[in-house]
Design a protein. Structure first.
Lengths: 207, 335, 335, 207
C-alpha cells in the first residue's frame, strides 16, 4: 500500500500550512484581477479541513478522509473555491471508494477526479484562466506518467506549475476576472497558482 | 503596515458583526437554529407566502442583512467577507421561510454565489421545496448590452429585492414573484466609481491601488477592476458620465418615471452623495423624466471604499406600487 | 496633493449639497424664502406648538438637516463646513416655525455657534418672539465633570434633539420643552475615538495627522484634539475604555434603562460599528442595565473621518416615552 | 483729511488679498489646535466684504463702509470670527460716525473700537490665547502712539505681531483650543495671527 489514510491526513495538514504561509501572497494576486480574498478562503478552508480530519477516528478510509475534507472545506469557505474544491474532493473520494489504502495507480485517478470535479462544478474549460488550467494539465500529466505514487504526483505537480504560470498569458473568460477583458492579461490566475501549490505539496508529502 | 480598523480578530469579524446586529435589531431579526449565518425575519414569512431569500458575501452592509424584514426579504444567507455563503445557511433560510408556496433566491450574479446557492437549491429540491433563482445584473459597467446576463449585481439589488419583496408580501404566486423580480432586474441600471480601495479584515491590506488623483469607473463592489482608470473629475462630470451610460441603456421616454439611488461605497460623506444627486436630478429633469422617489446614502458598500454609484430603476405602474409599498427592515424602512 | 472627493468647486459644496437634499426630500423639507440656508419642515411647525430650531456647521450630515421633520426639529440653520451659521438663517428659522408658543434653539456648545445663535435670539426678541437656548454638552471627553457645562455637543445631539422634539410635538409649553431638553442633555453621555483625519472641501488637505497605528481618544467631531493619542487597540478594548468612562459618569443602577447610539464618523464601515455594539451590549448586560433601544450607523459624522463614538442616554419613564415617539424626518424615522 | 472712504475700501481689498494668500497657512495653524478652517472663514469673509464694498455708491461715509463690511462679513462667514469681526467693525463704524473722512486721531480710535468689540462679543480677556491677544496690544500701542495715521497704525501692527507670536506661549482658556489644556502650548493662535496680518495690511495701505 503506497498511501494510507494517515498519509492523506498528513498531506492535508501540509496543504493547510502552505496555504496559511501563502495567504497574503494569494490575496495580493487576487487583488490584481479579482477581489483580493483568494488566500483567505484557501487558508480558512484547509484549516477547517485539518481540524475536521483531526476528529476522524482511526478506522477512516481514504474515501472518508476525502469526503470529510470536502464537507468541511465547503461549509467553512463558500466563495467560488468552496463548491469547486468540495466537488473535486467528493469526486476523488468516489474514485477510491472501497479501498483501505491507495496504490500507485490511484495517484492519477485522484488527480483526474479532482480536475473533472472542478470542470463539472465550474462549467469551465481549459484556457479560460481558472484553476482548471493547473488541474487540467496535472491530470493529463498524471494519466500519462508511470512509476510510483510519488513519481506520478511529481509529474502532475510539474505540469500544474507550468499551467499556472501559463495563465499569465491568458485572457480570462470565467470567474470575476472575465469582466476585465484584456486587462486580465499579464496576471497569473490566483486559483491556478494555489492549485499548483496544492499538487506540489501532495507530491512532496505523499509517497 | 496594517490598515486601520476597529476589530478584534479579523477572522471573527463576520460572526461578531452578526452578534452586534442581532443585539441591536432583535425585534426584527433572529438567527436560524440551523445556522447562525442564516438571518431570518421575525415578521414576514408566513403560510402561503412565497419566501424571499437573499444573500451573499459580507462587507456590503446594510446589503444584505439590513434588507431582511416584513415587506422585503424573509431571510439572508451571510458569507464571509466578499465570499458567497456556503450552501448550508442558504438551505437553512429556505427551511425557515418556506410557507408552502415556494422560495425565491435572489442575489448578485457572481460565480461563487451561483455555485453555492445552486447547491442549496438542489438540496432543497430533495426536501420537496421548490426554489427558483433570479440573479441581479444591474451593473451596466460590467459587460456590454449584448451580454447583459453576465453583468454583476451591485447597488441596484436594493430596488430589485424591494420590488420582489413587495410582490411576495402582496401574496403573489411564485411564478408572479419570479416575473416581477426578472422585470425589476431588467429595468434597473447602476454605474459606479471608486476613489480609494478597501481592505479585508483578515489581511488589513489595501486590495487594490489607485493613484492619488485617479478614479476607477465601473469598479465592482469587491474592488474588481472596472472599465477604465482616469483622473478624478468634478462631481458633475462624474455624474454626467454615469447618467449618459444609464440613459443609453434605459431608453426612457419623456414623461417616464424612475426611482433613484445615489449610493455611497462606505467612506464617501453624505455631502458628496447629495452633491451628486443634485446633478442626477438635473439630468433627469432635462430629459423630461420624473424622479418618483430618491434614496441617498450607504445602501450597498464595499467596506471602507470611497466612491459612489447611481442607480435608476425605470418604473412602470406595477413597479411604482411595489417600490412604494411599506416595509420594515432592521436598516431600512418605507412607511 | 489634494484629498480625493466628489465635488465641484469646494466653495459651492454646502449650497450644492442643500440643493441635492431638497431635490431628494422635497416631501419633508423646504428652504425658507428668507434664507436658503434655513431648512424648514413641511410638516411639524404649527400654531401653539413650541418651535424647535437646531443647527450648526455642515459636514456632520445627517446631523443637523436630516433631523428636521415632524416629531423632531422644525428647522435647521445650516453653516459652512465646520462653521456656525450666521444669525440670518437662524432668524429665518425662528420666523418660519414660530407658532406663538416660543422657540427653542438647540445646538452643540461651540463658541462660534453660541455667538451667532445668541445674535439671532436678540434679533428675534426685537420681533417679540421668545427664544430660549439649550446647549448640548454630551462629549464627556471634552472637559472634566466639574466643568460639564463647558463640554462639546457631539453625537448625543441625536437623542437630546429627539427628546425635545417629541416634547414639542406633544404640545408641551416652552418651559416644559426647555426642561426636557436640559434633562435629556444632562443624562446623555458620548465618548468618541478617531482613526483618521478628514479634509475640508475648500482646502482638500487633511486637517490633522495621525500615525499609521495611532488613534485619538476623545477627538472632537471637527477634528479638535482629544484626551490622548495612543496605539490603535482591538475593538473590545476601545469599547471598554469608552464604556468605563460612560459608566463612571452615568452612575446607573442595576435595572436602569438606556438608549444606545453606536455612531460612525463617516468612513468606518457598519461591520465595525456592529462589532463595537456587540461589546457595548455585553458591558450593559454585565452591569445589569437594560438596553431599551439601539441605533447603529452614521448619525453624526465628520466628513470622511474614520472612527466612532458610543452614546448612552440614561432613560427615565418620560425620556423613554419621548425617544419612542414616532418622528418622520428626511434621514431618520421612528415608526 | 488723512484717510477717505475710498482708501478704506482699498484697504479692505488688500486685506482680502492677504487672507486669500494666507488661507491654507491659517487653516494649517487652526488644524493644530482647532478645526482647521480659520483661513477659509477669513478669506471668504473679506472676499464678501470686498464684493459688498464694490457695490457701495461714491458718497458712502467711512461709517457706511465699516458697517457694510461688518454685515457682509457676518452673513458670509458665521463661525467664531463672524460675530467677532462684525461686532468689531460695527464699533469702529460707530467710533467715526458723522465723519466724511478720517483724521490722524481716528487711527487709534478705530483700532481701540475693534479691540473692544471683540472683547465684548467674545467675552474674552487678554492672555486667553485668542485674537484679542493681537488686537488688545494693538489698541494699547495705537493709543500711546503719536504721529500720522500711518505711524499710529505702524505701532499697532508691530504690537499685534508681537502679541500674536506671544500666543505660542499661552495655554488656551477660550474657544475650541481651551479643551486642549497643556496641549495648546507651543502653537500660535490662528485668530491672533490673522489679526496681526490685518493690522499689518492696514498699516501698509492707509496713510
Ligand atoms: N467557474 C469556475 N471554474 C473554475 N474555477 C473558477 C471558476 N470561477 C472561479 N474560479 C477560480 O476561483 C478563483 C477565485 O477564488 P476565490 O478568490 O477564492 O473566490 P471568489 O472569486 O469568490 O472571491 C479564480 O482565480 C479561479 O481560479
Ligand atoms: N470667545 C472668543 N473671543 C475672542 N476670540 C475668539 C473667541 N473664540 C474664538 N476666538 C478666535 O477665533 C479663532 C478661530 O476662528 P475660526 O477658526 O474662524 O472659527 P471656529 O473656531 O468657529 O472654527 C481663534 O483662533 C480665536 O482667535
Ligand atoms: Mg476572490
Ligand atoms: Mg471573494
Ligand atoms: Mg470652524
Ligand atoms: Mg476654526
Amino acid at each position: 500500500m503506497a498511501v494510507t489514510s494517515a498519509d492523506l491526513i498528513r498531506a492535508f495538514g501540509a496543504i493547510a500550512d502552505r496555504m496559511t504561509a501563502e495567504r497574503d501572497a494569494l490575496c495580493a494576486l487576487d487583488g490584481e484581477i479579482g477581489d483580493g480574498d483568494h488566500g483567505i478562503g484557501m487558508a480558512l478552508g484547509f484549516g477547517a479541513v485539518r481540524e475536521a480530519l483531526d476528529g476522524l477516528d482511526g478506522g477512516a478510509s481514504p474515501t472518508d478522509v476525502l469526503n470529510t475534507a470536502a464537507r468541511s472545506f465547503l461549509s467553512s469557505v463558500g466563495a467560488s473555491t468552496g463548491p469547486l474544491y468540495a466537488t473535486a474532493l467528493m469526486r476523488a473520494a468516489a474514485a477510491v471508494k472501497g479501498k483501505d489504502g491507495l496504490e500507485d495507480a490511484d495517484a492519477a485517478a485522484i488527480v483526474a477526479a479532482m480536475a473533472e470535479g472542478i470542470a463539472h462544478r465550474g462549467k469551465a474549460e481549459i484556457g479560460q484562466k481558472t484553476m482548471l488550467d493547473a488541474w487540467g494539465p496535472a491530470a493529463e500529466a498524471a494519466k500519462s506518467a508511470t512509476g510510483s505514487f510519488a513519481q506520478v504526483l511529481a509529474a502532475a505537480a510539474e505540469a500544474a506549475h507550468r499551467g499556472a504560470e501559463g495563465t499569465a498569458g491568458m485572457q480570462a473568460s470565467m470567474g470575476r476576472a472575465a469582466r476585465l477583458g484584456e486587462r486580465s492579461l499579464g496576471h497569473r490566475d490566483p486559483g491556478a497558482v494555489s492549485a499548483a501549490m496544492i499538487v506540489g505539496v501532495l507530491a512532496e508529502t505523499l509517497g | 503596515m496594517q490598515t486601520k480598523k476597529i476589530l478584534n480578530a479579523g477572522e471573527d469579524a463576520v460572526d461578531e458583526m452578526l452578534d452586534g446586529i442581532l443585539l441591536a435589531h432583535g425585534d426584527v431579526l433572529r438567527a436560524s437554529d440551523g445556522s447562525h449565518r442564516a438571518i431570518i425575519s421575525r415578521d414576514g414569512p408566513r403560510d402561503g407566502k412565497v419566501g424571499l431569500v437573499i444573500g451573499g458575501g459580507s462587507g456590503h452592509e446594510p446589503t444584505f442583512v439590513g434588507f431582511v424584514g416584513k415587506g422585503l426579504a424573509d431571510a439572508a444567507a451571510i458569507g464571509n467577507v466578499f465570499a458567497s455563503p456556503p450552501p448550508d445557511p442558504a438551505l437553512a433560510c429556505v427551511q425557515e421561510v418556506n410557507g408552502g408556496a415556494g422560495v425565491l433566491f435572489m442575489y448578485g450574479n457572481y460565480a461563487g454565489d451561483v455555485m453555492n446557492f445552486d447547491m442549496a437549491a438542489e438540496m432543497a429540491a430533495m426536501e420537496d421545496i421548490e426554489v427558483r433563482t433570479v440573479l441581479t445584473t444591474d451593473d451596466v459597467a460590467s459587460a456590454p448590452p449584448d451580454r447583459k446576463d453576465t453583468r454583476r449585481g451591485v447597488a441596484g439589488n436594493f430596488f430589485i429585492f424591494k420590488a420582489a419583496g413587495a410582490a411576495a408580501d402582496e401574496m403573489m404566486t411564485l411564478d408572479e414573484v419570479e416575473r416581477v423580480a426578472r422585470h425589476a432586474n431588467a429595468r434597473t441600471y447602476t454605474m459606479g466609481v471608486a476613489l480609494s480601495p478597501c481592505s479585508l479584515p483578515q489581511t488589513r491590506r489595501w486590495n487594490f491601488g489607485l493613484g492619488p488623483d485617479e478614479m476607477e469607473i465601473g469598479m465592482g463592489i469587491h474592488g474588481e477592476p472596472g472599465i477604465e482608470r482616469g483622473p478624478l473629475k468634478p462631481a458633475d462630470a462624474i455624474v454626467d458620465e454615469m447618467m449618459d451610460r444609464i440613459f443609453d441603456e434605459m431608453q426612457a421616454a419623456r414623461g417616464d418615471r424612475v426611482a433613484v439611488l445615489v449610493n455611497g461605497l462606505g467612506a464617501t460623506p453624505l455631502m458628496e452623495l447629495y452633491i451628486m444627486n443634485r446633478r442626477v436630478q438635473a439630468r433627469l429633469q432635462e430629459a423630461g423624466i420624473e424622479s418618483h422617489a430618491t434614496w441617498v446614502g450607504n445602501y450597498c458598500t464595499s467596506l471602507e471604499m470611497a466612491g459612489a454609484s447611481v442607480t435608476a430603476m425605470h418604473l412602470d405602474d406595477e413597479l411604482t406600487r411595489l417600490i412604494d409599498r411599506p416595509c420594515h427592515c432592521a436598516m431600512f424602512r418605507v412607511v
